[in-house]
Every structure is written in structure tokens, then in C-alpha cells.
Design a protein around this ligand. Structure first.
Ligand SMILES: *Cc1c(COP(=O)(O)O)cnc(C)c1O
Length: 229
């Protein structure tokens, strides 16, 4: 019930943000990030009508994948993926939001049974603590994997700086959107690149205003570390 209430509020905010910038709210997908919470809470999210779930480490993902099998959620992997973990998770996920290096792309190409929908993770703010390619590295990277058969670049992903400063958030999201448009201009079959995975609990309204199509929301939606939501 509590997840349902949170979802109602978040959806209302998304709709308002879309109205403000003249977007269709149906273009925006809410992904529930369940990494802090139990499988029970994840089930509650599914019950509230959320089909998209995300985890950021392989063990947590595999545990919930097994428990929630019958609910058939769409699974997003949003954390750094170690190359040696690829073979255990790659055929169980629907989207990988954290493609950030050639060695990972090579391993996916080798191990995956199907084409994997990937986002390239971009470190727009160039914080040392964050993974991801720099803005300048993205197009050369895509060109270097253009003949890969098991990878589809469906979009770009970023984690904005943790700040309340609206200008730096907007700058970050706007930069990712411009880069997405540049990738589309290349018209490479491997990279339709329509999606923008950006916006978390702290900044999803601004992300929507700046063009996000996939929001990754944990704390504000399903709560944190089993505290009440
Ligand atoms: C944890 C996490 C989120 C969700 O964070 P909240 O602030 O709890 O909404 C989104 N994206 C990534 C990559 C994360 O690791």
C-alpha cells in the first residue's frame, strides 16, 4: 500500500513535469530500484503495477530473480558489472544500464545467447568516484563495437552529481540528451539510442523536464534499508 501511495505521488509529479515541457508522460518509464529492500517489498512494487525492477549487484539480483520468477518483471541491471559475472546474469536481464568498457562488451558478445539491450554509462560530471565513459569517449566506443551481434545500444545512462543545485543537474541531463541526439545522427544499426536513463529519487522531476525516458527510483518509491516508506 505504501509503495502504491509513493507511486501515485511520483506519477503525478511526472505528469506535471511532462505538461510543463510539453511531453507525453507515457514516454517515461519508472523503474523501481530494489537494491536496499527485501523481495517482499519488491513484490509489493509489482503489486502496485510496476513491471520494471532494477538491482545493482549480481548476488542481490540473482536472489530476487529467483524469488520473483513467477511475477515476470522486466529486469534492469544498473550497477557496475564485473566481466567475470557476465555469464551468470546476462541471459536473465532485459536491460543493462552500465556498459562502460570494451572488455565488458567483448564478454557479452562471447557469452550472451541473445541480443542484449544496453545503455552506455556516461560519467558526464567526470567525478573520479563514478564509472562510465566520458562524453568524448562515447562515439568512438560505439564505432569500435559497431559490428557486434549481441549488443544493441538502446540509449545512454548517467548518474547525476548528488546535489540540490538545479543548474548542475540540468547541465548534466542536458549534456546526456545532446549526446544521445548526436549518436542518433550516426544512424548506426547497432545504436538506435532512443532512451535516456537518468533521474533518481533526488532529481527525477528535473530529469523528466530534460527528456528522461527511464527513471531509476529507489528510496522515494520503495524505501531504503527496510525502513518504513
Ligand atoms: C541506487 C541507485 C539508484 C536509485 O537511487 P535512489 O536515490 O535511492 O533513488 C539509481 N541508479 C543507480 C545506478 C543506483 O545505483
Amino acid at each position: 500500500m505504501k509503495v502504491e501511495k509513493n507511486l501515485e505521488r511520483i506519477q503525478a509529479e511526472i505528469k506535471a513535469a511532462c505538461t510543463k515541457v510539453n511531453r507525453n508522460w507515457k514516454e517515461v518509464t519508472v523503474i523501481a530500484v530494489t537494491k536496499y529492500v527485501s523481495s517482499e517489498r519488491a513484490k509489493e512494487a509489482i503489486g502496485a503495477g510496476i513491471n520494471n525492477l532494477a538491482e545493482n549487484w549480481d548476488e542481490g539480483f540473482l536472489e530476487k530473480w529467483e524469488i520473483l520468477k513467477e511475477q515476470h518483471p522486466t529486469w534492469h541491471f544498473i550497477g557496475t558489472l564485473q566481466t567475470r559475472k557476465v555469464k551468470t546474469i546476462i541471459d536473465k536481464i532485459d536491460f543493462l544500464h552500465s556498459l562502460d568498457r570494451l572488455s565488458l562488451a567483448n564478454e557479452i558478445e562471447k557469452r550472451s545467447q541473445k541480443k542484449v539491450k544496453c545503455f552506455i554509462q556516461v560519467n558526464v560530471s567526470e567525478e573520479a568516484s563514478k564509472h562510465g565513459l566520458t562524453v568524448e569517449q562515447v562515439i568512438p566506443f560505439i564505432e569500435s563495437i559497431r559490428d557486434f551481434k549481441k549488443i544493441e545500444i538502446v540509449g545512454l545512462m548517467t548518474i547525476a552529481p548528488f546535489t540540490k543545485d538545479e543548474n548542475s543537474l540540468r547541465y548534466c541531463f542536458h549534456t546526456l540528451r545532446k549526446l544521445r541526439d548526436d549518436v542518433q545522427t550516426l544512424a548506426l544499426p547497432i545504436a538506435p539510442c532512443k532512451e535516456l536513463s537518468m533521474g533518481m529519487s533526488n532529481d527525477y522531476v528535473i530529469a523528466v523536464e530534460e527528456g528522461a525516458t527511464m527513471l531509476r527510483i529507489g528510496t522515494a518509491l520503495v524505501g531504503e534499508k527496510e525502513q518504513e516508506v
